[in-house]
Design a protein around this ligand. Structure first.
Ligand code: CTP
Ligand code: CA
Length: 231
């Protein structure tokens, strides 16, 4: 019912949105992972769907209770970074907008053992290898034709501010927009208020806002629409 009250300004458009965090297997029962819940990506999927878009939501290890039920949202499940990449590359083809909110593990164990590691008196050691940079790949190879949006959770430290790191990342990634999420004790992760700064690929600020994740999802979508048309 909510959707009928919203302007259907995204009708006919397909959004591909990743959410959650990847898990990189160590053995059949253990993984390297992260604390991303997927809430921001889900808020974006719902905001786009309410405005008439069809959405492919690629959910990485998202709690089933959080997954949206909406007639124009199709959910695809991915576990590891490489599974996520396969979904994103396939689904990006012909989409209008691709958004990477998923927290992708930068590294994975070089090999996952086929049987469970046992505690046998020695401490196991394992090599890590770098995962593919999915966002950078989507921003570099533009055959898909979609507008590409990335996310970055930054804290800032003694070497630079949140904005310094965000600008450097925006230029490095080459996505059309990078949504910088200020992560602190009181904002960023979990079900809390969020502060965002949206940068273009030159590091210029396109929008700044704070509020709930669903409010911020609306700001992100409006900024995508106005930036895409060169407004
Ligand atoms: N990302 C990706 N593939 C990776 C790592 C990150 O697609 N292997 C995407 C994320 O989904 C996000 C954006 O890149 O949209 C920024 O992720 P982030 O981890 O902040 O960037 P990194 O380049 O990995 O930099 P950092 O050293 O800060 O982790
Ligand atoms: Ca990273």
């Amino acid at each position: 019912a909510l959707g009928l009250l919203s302007p259907q300004d995204l009708a006919g458009q397909r959004f591909v949105i990743s959410a959650g965090g990847t898990r990189e297997p160590i053995d059949p029962v253990r993984f390297l992972g992260n604390r991303s819940t997927g809430r921001f990506g889900i808020a974006l999927a719902l905001a786009a769907a309410h405005r008439g878009a069809s959405v492919d939501l690629v959910a990485c290890n998202v709690d089933a209770a959080l997954l949206p039920h909406h007639p124009t949202i199709t959910i695809h499940e991915a576990g590891s970074a490489r599974e996520l990449q396969a979904h994103m590359v396939r689904l990006a083809d012909g989409a209008q907008v691709v958004i990477m909110t998923a927290a992708v593990a930068d590294f994975r164990p070089a090999t996952a053992t086929e049987s469970k590691l046992k505690k046998d008196g020695t401490v196991p050691e394992f090599d890590l290898v770098e995962n593919p940079d999915i966002l950078h790949g989507l921003a570099s190879d533009r055959d898909h034709g979609a507008y590409v949006v990335g996310f970055a959770a930054e804290t800032g430290d003694e070497h630079g501010s949140v904005l310094d790191y965000g600008r450097a990342k925006a230029k490095k990634k080459g996505a059309d927009l990078l949504v910088v999420n200020r992560v602190g004790e009181t904002s960023g992760f979990g079900d809390v208020e969020t502060a965002i700064t949206i940068l273009d690929r030159f590091g210029e600020i396109r929008a700044e806002a704070g509020g709930s994740k669903s409010q911020m999802a609306g700001v992100v979508i409006n900024t995508i629409i106005s930036s895409r048309t060169g407004d």
